[in-house]
Structure formats: structure tokens, C-alpha cells
Design a protein around this ligand. Structure first.
Ligand SMILES: [Cu+2]
Length: 378
């Protein structure tokens, strides 16, 4: 056990030198950059580490030498010779640090300008990232696509250079976007738009984490960036652009049109739009997607969530239009499958205490029905 842990430790240290060594030990390994800004930050950090490490070892060696060489010996009672000033030493310990600081300054300034002032090519993909307590919203303004927590971007190879440029802002408090293998951190601030970019060169999944304490569930605000081949990315965008139909059938009249005149705040109780419905009782018992959609559209769910093409047009929580195209729910904390969805809807606090989605206190049957409906949102 101990030796295997030690082996893992050394393997971790070695990965700093063998950057391209596979497998990557951690999906957030800061020593394995795959995108230009991350490469720049990585090589700068090694440069700074070399200089500061050199200073540390030189000074430690001098200190140890002085301690050993000039230690007090038995019978040695004489005062050591008193030296008052040495122009040579004064000059040396002024000029050498100034040179070192100048090197550090120039190296850092070069990286800052290379990353911050990088021109935005015409082909660049634009994404707006909005931080929420405790999840991420991603908007693709040119494609009219909105998704949550799982960002999809195309790979940026020499043949098709397509970097991703993010505009970052926040809906509430400060957050910070950090996917170590792609780029340095960038804060998301309310009432302000920050920018960052990356050009991932390897297809794959890159993990990250909100890097600015933003409340009790900050630690469960994870980030997933999927770098797709250009073809896979286009297919993903096309799939995200489709919308769903409103609840159909006899009961549809209850949810369409939206009975509440105040946009965005439909009432939860269905209005009686005339005509009793024989099917309603039967339908409302079955654990089926249409029954689930009925329940969903008559609960407060639609005040907070959007399902494009239906009455659900809330903006407070993640867009659910293509919920099932995501691998995880609630910002990467749980697998997106039947059981976790059911647990989540029954009581979000079970999976993510202090999450800002309330437990809706529906019946078990209604929760099962809604889950059946959610599973159809592909
Ligand atoms: Cu956060």
C-alpha cells in the first residue's frame, strides 16, 4: 500500500517532465496542457519554478555552509572579525536580483500579452458562459443553442483551426471558470463580461471546477468540456437545435395556450377550459412520458426550466430541452440516468444539499411520471 502510494507520487512528479506521457494521472492535471493558453501558462510556470528553485537551492546551500563552517567550536571564545559594508557584495546582491526579476517580468508580460491579446479569427466559435449558484449555463448565440454544465467545442487542429472564445458573466455571485488542461482561470462577475479563449488540440473530455468560492455548493459546481471532432460537433449542434412539442391529446388544452398573462410566470393550477375529460383520470395514473409531461407542465418546474417548443420557458434553472444529451446532472455531480433523475426530482438536497432547486413534494407516482418524461428529452 505504502510503496504503491509512493510510486504514484513519483509518477506524478515525473509527469511534470514527461508532459506527453500517457495515461494522464488526473483529468485536471496542470502539467498536461492541450491548448495554447494552457501551454503558455505551463511553460511560464516551469520557467518561474526554475528561477525560484535555483534561488532557493543556492541560498539554502550558502546558509548550510555558513552554519557548518562558522559554528561555534569548543575553546573558541574570540569575537569573529567585524565587517562593515562591502561594495562588491552590495552590488552583487542588488544587480543579480534585479536581473532575475527583469527576466521574470519579461517572461510573464510576454505570456499575458500572447494570451490576452490573441486576435479572434473569423472561424472562432463564440460561446457565452453564465455562472449560476451552482451550475453553468452555456449559450451559442450564432446557433441559437442553450445548454448547461457540459460545454461542447470543436477540436482545433492545424487543418481546421477553430478556437473557442468565451464571454463570461454571472447571474448572481462571483464564479471562476477553470479547466486546467485548456486555460488559466477566468472569473465570472455579475454585471461584467470577461473574455477567454482556448484551442484544444486533442479530442476528449476535460474536467474543471468552479474556482471561486460562490456559496455552500461551490465544491459541487463541476465543469465538463467535451472537445469533439468537427463532424461530431456539427452533429451535436444540429441535435441541440431541435425543439419539442407541447403535451398533445385531450389534456393539451389545459397547458396551451399559457393561461397567465404575465410572461414567464405561468400559474401552476390548470384553468378549467371547459369540458370534462374522461381520459384525464386514466392518463394521469399511467407512468408514461405524456402523463409526465402533463404533470411537469402543471407544476412550478416550468417557471424555472425551459423545454424549447413547450410552455416551459423558465430561465432560473438549466435548460432541459436536450437534458438526455448530457452525461451528468446538477453540474457534474451525478450520472444522468433514471435513478438519479428520480432522486433529484424527489429531493435535490439528497444529491446536492443547499442546491437552489426546491423539493417539489409531489407524489411518488408523479415523480416517476416526470422522470419518464425527462428521459424522452433527447
Ligand atoms: Cu461557482
Amino acid at each position: 500500500m505504502r510503496s504503491s502510494r509512493r510510486a504514484a507520487f513519483w509518477a506524478f512528479l515525473l509527469s511534470a517532465n514527461a508532459v506527453r506521457a500517457e495515461p494522464i494521472l488526473s483529468p485536471t492535471n496542470i502539467f498536461a496542457p492541450v491548448s495554447t493558453p494552457a501551454h503558455e501558462v505551463h511553460s511560464l510556470s516551469l520557467f518561474v519554478l526554475t528561477i525560484t528553485g535555483g534561488i532557493f537551492f543556492t541560498l539554502s546551500a550558502l546558509l548550510i555552509y555558513a552554519l557548518v563552517r562558522f559554528r561555534s567550536r569548543p575553546g573558541d571564545t574570540a569575537e569573529p572579525p567585524q565587517i562593515f559594508g562591502s561594495t562588491q557584495i552590495e552590488l552583487a546582491w542588488t544587480i543579480i536580483p534585479v536581473l532575475l526579476i527583469t527576466m521574470l517580468f519579461l517572461g510573464t508580460a510576454r505570456v499575458i500579452f500572447a494570451v490576452e491579446d490573441a486576435p479572434k479569427p473569423k472561424a472562432a466559435l463564440e460561446v457565452v458562459a453564465i455562472g449560476h449558484q451552482f451550475w453553468w449555463e452555456f449559450r451559442y448565440p450564432h446557433y441559437n443553442v442553450v445548454t448547461a454544465n457540459e460545454l461542447h467545442v470543436p477540436v482545433s487542429s492545424a487543418q481546421s483551426y477553430r478556437p473557442t472564445f468565451l464571454k463570461l458573466t454571472s447571474a448572481d455571485v462571483m464564479h471562476s471558470f477553470w479547466v486546467p488542461r485548456l486555460a488559466g482561470k477566468t472569473d465570472l462577475l455579475p454585471n461584467r463580461v470577461n473574455e477567454m479563449w482556448f484551442d484544444p488540440q486533442v479530442v476528449g473530455l476535460y474536467l474543471g471546477q468552479c474556482a471561486q468560492f460562490c456559496g455552500p455548493e461551490h465544491g459541487k459546481m463541476l465543469l465538463r468540456v467535451y472537445v469533439d471532432t468537427p463532424a461530431a460537433f456539427d452533429a451535436w449542434i444540429r441535435a441541440q437545435q431541435t425543439t419539442h412539442a407541447d403535451a398533445k391529446g385531450a389534456n393539451a388544452a389545459l397547458s396551451v395556450p399559457n393561461p397567465n398573462p404575465v410572461a414567464g410566470f405561468p400559474v401552476n393550477t390548470p384553468p378549467t377550459l371547459g369540458g370534462t375529460n374522461g381520459d384525464l383520470a386514466n392518463n394521469s395514473q399511467a407512468i408514461t412520458a405524456p402523463a409526465g409531461q402533463q404533470v411537469f407542465e402543471h407544476q412550478a418546474c416550468i417557471n424555472c426550466h425551459t423545454v424549447a417548443g413547450t410552455v416551459a420557458n423558465g430561465r432560473y434553472g438549466p435548460d432541459l430541452t436536450h437534458l438526455m444529451s448530457r452525461d451528468t446532472i446538477a453540474a457534474g455531480i451525478a450520472k444522468n440516468d433514471h435513478d438519479h433523475l428520480l432522486r433529484w426530482i424527489t429531493d435535490p438536497n439528497d444529491l446536492k444539499p443547499a442546491s437552489l432547486m426546491p423539493a417539489m413534494h409531489l407524489t411518488d407516482r408523479q415523480n416517476e411520471q416526470i422522470t419518464a418524461y425527462l428521459l424522452t428529452l433527447r
